[in-house]
Write a protein that binds this ligand. Structure first.
Ligand code: KG4
Ligand code: ZN
Length: 341
């Protein structure tokens, strides 16, 4: 079966073709970074308009790279939410139109389920059950994944998502959009956790997160250093590193707590922050000590992409999920309300 996957939930236009026999046949991504950079963040209306401009040419490019024509496809899967509603509508409308033209089903996909299943695109694929740590720009979730589609939310951020905290802290340090990767790169220039920022909610029991206090702690430190004329480049790098250490330590500790809570031995990490090198290194080291295993998608499948959507769509079709009657678009959509695959 050949499934075309379309991702347009935020600021990346992603298209891919997943072949249930051969895996990903082609995967193309167009990033809107340059478009949003002057504004320091994603402008939803501009994002929607750019998806309109870029999506169909990207579909053509992906088909050409895979060496197939549309008529050979078996289904079109698309991100139907959660995400920026205008951007999601573009992907859903194009996907539904193409599916009608080709006489094949259009399958709505939950963006976070697509992230969660992305590690299964790798040769070393996790077995069920597992705990998923989903860390993106909009979500920080710990999910008990008992079986495909059987998701129970066991922890989440009470305020900012981990990626959002990276992005907002990057702004405080005057780093360019997109902040997360820029802040991570700056942090790599420092080797000390000089500022020992708070580890939010670590002392409290439970699996929830909170990152807004940490962001405020950075803001206060920036003001203090600026007024003392001490915010030079190397101090900025130390501050970025201290922030990254605090976030990573919190994510690692709560993931270990979630594994203990469920009794599972496998952790899956996905979403844009899952591309963070320190998070990957620390999780691997800490879980190895506890005879647990951690699985990640390759970095390009951690951030938004069409491959994960095509793959998740193929799993949903495989379980007999019917095509949607019209365009499905949800700005918000609870992961644990999905039908079991
Ligand atoms: O999953 P994703 O591509 O889009 C959403 O679904 O939100 O995640 C984007 C988020 C952004 O907040 C971005 O700053 C963050 O992931 N991110 C990172 C890194 N790469 C992307 N955060 C920390 N370190 C990184 N290397
Ligand atoms: Zn995402």
């Amino acid at each position: 079966m050949l499934v075309l996957g379309i991702e347009t939930s935020c600021d990346e236009t992603g298209v891919a073709i997943y072949d249930t026999e051969q895996g990903i046949r082609a995967h193309c991504l167009y990033s809107q970074i340059e478009l949003h950079a002057p504004y320091g963040g994603v402008v939803p209306e501009l994002a929607s308009r750019d998806h309109i401009r870029k999506l169909l040419p990207l579909v053509d490019q992906t088909l050409a790279e895979a060496g197939i024509v549309g008529a050979q496809l078996d289904a079109v899967a698309y991100t139907a939410g959660p995400g920026l509603i205008g951007a999601v509508l573009v992907g859903g409308t194009v996907a539904t139109g193409l599916a009608m033209a080709w006489g094949i089903p259009a399958i709505p996909v939950h963006h976070m389920e697509a992230h969660l299943l992305a590690p299964m695109l790798e040769d070393q694929s996790p077995g069920f059950p597992f705990v998923a740590l989903l860390v993106s720009g909009g979500h920080t979730l710990l999910v008990d994944v008992a079986a495909p589609g059987d998701y129970t939310l066991i922890g989440e951020s009470l305020d900012d998502a981990a990626g959002e905290a990276f992005d907002k802290t990057a702004k405080l340090l005057s780093l360019p959009y997109p902040g997360g990767p820029a802040l991570a790169a700056l942090a790599e220039q420092s080797s000390i956790d000089k500022f020992n920022l708070p580890r939010p909610m670590l002392k409290k029991p439970g699996l929830d997160f909170s990152f807004s206090g940490l962001k405020t702690a950075v803001m206060l430190k920036v003001r203090e250093l600026e007024s003392a004329g001490a915010l030079d480049e190397s101090t900025k790098a130390d501050l970025a590193n201290s922030f990254q250490c605090a976030v990573v330590e919190t994510l690692v500790a709560k993931s270990i707590r979630a594994l203990k809570h469920t009794g599972y031995k496998t952790l899956v990490v996905a979403g844009g922050v899952g591309a963070n090198k320190k998070l990957r290194a620390d999780l691997s080291a800490e879980l190895a000590k506890r005879s647990c295993r951690v699985f990640y998608p390759r970095p390009e499948y951690c951030t938004d992409n069409g491959a994960m959507v095509a793959f998740a769509g193929a799993q949903r079709i495989g379980s007999g999920q019917p095509a949607a009657a019209g365009v499905v678009a949800n700005a918000r959509w609870a992961l644990d309300q999905l039908p079991v695959i």
